[in-house]
Design a protein around this ligand. Structure first.
Ligand code: S3P
Length: 178
């Protein structure tokens, strides 16, 4: 099974990814980390030295490489991964996509503490951060919404998430039989 976790920066993709990986016994990958290993430099350095466009190409290439090379995995994507090229269609065709639809207030709380590693928000000050999140989220929602399963952090635990995935697979199977 190929599972892709998508959602805004700070939505908890790595946290949920590790939990799912342990529970389902599937290997866990983090797309940013795969890019960082290949490039031998941080995401912030890639943005600064080569620009966002270059990063997006690397992101797309690494996404495709993981899908082709690995049979089963949990992949934590970057916040922008589903919003560039045809990445969201590609993920949906290759496996199951889960959107972590975390509230703006929680995103803000987390990102206030973790801005330095994230080039898109490293220059955004405390007062502007909430506005930035709301605006970016409204641009990205149309991609995130295409996920097969949506998790609202406030009301979902790991068991429920696995149940949502199973229900979704079951409904796929029923559609195939029709
Ligand atoms: C980005 C999110 C980051 C990283 C890069 C760009 C984005 O990943 O890929 O800084 O466009 O939202 P996380 O969502 O893991 O922070």
């Amino acid at each position: 099974m190929k599972i892709f976790l998508i959602g805004f920066m700070g939505s908890g993709k790595t946290h949920w990814g590790r939990q799912l990986s342990a529970k389902l016994g599937l290997p866990f990958y983090d797309l940013d980390s795969v890019i960082v290993e290949r490039e031998h430099r941080t995401v912030a350095d890639i943005f600064e030295e080569s620009g966002e466009e270059y990063f997006r190409y690397q992101e797309k290439e690494m996404l495709e490489a993981i899908v082709v090379e690995m049979e089963s995995f949990i992949l934590s994507c970057g916040g922008g991964t589903p919003c560039f090229f045809n990445n969201i269609e590609f993920m949906k065709k290759s496996g199951k996509v889960i959107w972590l639809n975390t509230s703006v207030d929680i995103l803000k709380q987390r990102l206030l503490k973790e801005r330095q590693t994230r080039p898109l928000i490293s220059e955004v000050n405390d007062e502007e951060l909430r506005r930035y999140i709301v605006k970016k989220l409204s641009e990205r929602r149309m991609y995130y919404q295409q996920a097969d399963v949506t998790v609202t952090e406030e009301n979902t635990n790991l068991e429920e998430l696995i149940q949502l995935l199973l229900n979704d697979q079951e409904s796929d199977r029923m559609k195939e039989e029709l």
